[in-house]
Design a protein around this ligand. Sequence first.
Ligand code: ES4
Ligand code: ZN
Length: 324
Amino acid sequence: MTDFHAAIPKAELHLHIEGTLEPEMMVALAARNRVAIPFASVEEVRAAYRFTDLQSFLDIYYAGAEVLRTEEDFHDLAAAYFDRAAADGVVHAEIFFDPQTHTHRGIPFDTVARGLFAAVEGAQAKHGMTVEIIMSYLRHLDEDDAFATLKLAEPWLDRFVGVGLDSSEVGNPPAKFARVFAASRERGLKLCAHAGEEGPPAYIHEALDVLKVDRIDHGNRAMEDPALVARLARAAMTLTVCPLSNVALRNVDTLADHPIDRMLDAGLRATIHSDDPAYFGGYIAENFRSVAAARNLSRAQVVTLARNSFLGAFLTDATLAGHL
Ligand code: ES4
Ligand code: ZN
């Protein structure tokens, strides 16, 4: 049965495609590619998904990505995600991929991009879904490495909607990537950055002031800084919040403590997304459903959250109007 939370049309704006690698596919790709993984079964993979913070997750997430080798692997991964997203009411998706996770282990940028874009064409044909791809720089690496990635992306740049910034936040502030974000903007790319997930409110200010981002990923910790909340509200800045991720990575204790409705009440343009759903226990509809139950959200609040996902998307005005 399709419930309200799955049925309501929505845009997915915060989804790492590598984070949709389900244990079943991890085990199957390990066998297909003859890659050794430190797990004997799907159950063992799942049992390893107990995180204490962002880094404890990232270590397992990068290890899992080792099974992704061929263009077909990236196609199959993304195609499986688009099928799930369509069933969850996603009509438009802007998905991240982490090129450096793959180029650093010898997988050519073009192999990854070809596989992903083949799946995008399939999703458009099969589901009528519109899809954009955002290439995300890894912030634990240096800015020169991000520049090298931008160079590798050159033949694909008119097909990417934007760039992002993810991985280990604390100790890797936005300003570390000031020049590569400026260069990305000059090439016509939209800009987003993870900020205020584990890092302090100052990192959100910096993403706005130094990187000049168009969208903030997570942003939960803005709630500690009333002046920042006022600034984000005034700018109608979209914050792509991921409730199940926040619980899995211990940024909030339980869903019952999640700030999503307090963020809306404070005037923030918050939205709900799934981050790394294969690791955090649910895709976008489950994020909506479980936080709505835990926080007793009204229908009107759920509608606002879904509507905000379109307002925050990198859509043209004409396409946006069709979704509202
Ligand atoms: C991520 Cl939850 C999260 N935070 C930062 N970087 C990431 N990459 C994939 N998931
Ligand atoms: Zn994320």
